[in-house]
Ligand binder design. Structure first.
Ligand code: FES
Length: 170
């Protein structure tokens, strides 16, 4: 396992030291013994632990190491990660959720803007470093259109404001 930095966002450099690296390797081994290869609760718990050990963003080489240790296909792990957007990876260090409730989605403007501008469909990862998803009403209709960026709600979004959010990484 190599050390990493958050190259995509340029924000914060995290370097895993030898002790942290060994501690994570032990966590992976322990999870493997507990049956994480077959038990999704254990597996997701391990992925969250690894994310924390990586400084909040799960790095690809750690995903590969986990896949190897558990005898799982990387594509399977990637599918699991897609279902848990709160586990951020270095391929998608951010999560953008565009409200598609009736009030916010009128005209479909923001979701279309994201699709066209970042060449990504809902559920996919944009090259700009975020996972794109859509949701139902976020219960802030009065101040829409709304989006969430890493779980934080942003109100009265326009395509330009959204572009700034993505460029600044939140
Ligand atoms: S429709 Fe978007 S917050 Fe209600």
């Amino acid at each position: 396992m190599r050390t990493n930095e958050n190259r995509r966002t340029g924000k914060g450099i995290f370097v895993m030291n030898e002790q942290q690296r060994q501690a994570l390797a032990q966590e992976i081994e322990a999870a493997a013994r507990r049956g994480a290869a077959r038990d999704q609760v254990e597996l997701v718990s391990l992925l969250r632990t690894a994310q924390a050990a990586c400084g909040g963003v799960l790095y690809r080489d750690v995903v590969l190491e986990i896949a190897q240790a558990l005898g799982l296909k990387v594509t399977f792990l990637e599918a699991v990660l897609k279902r848990y957007p709160s586990i951020r990876t270095d391929q998608a260090p951010h999560v953008l959720t565009v409200c598609q409730g009736q009030n916010c989605a009128r005209g479909g403007q923001l979701a279309d803007f994201v699709r066209r501008t970042y060449q990504v469909e809902p559920g996919g990862v944009a090259g700009a470093g975020f996972r794109f998803q859509v949701s139902g009403c976020m219960k802030h209709c009065g101040s829409g259109p709304n989006v969430k960026w890493d779980g934080q709600v942003y109100h009265q979004m326009t395509p330009e404001a959204l572009r700034r959010l993505v460029e600044q990484g939140g």
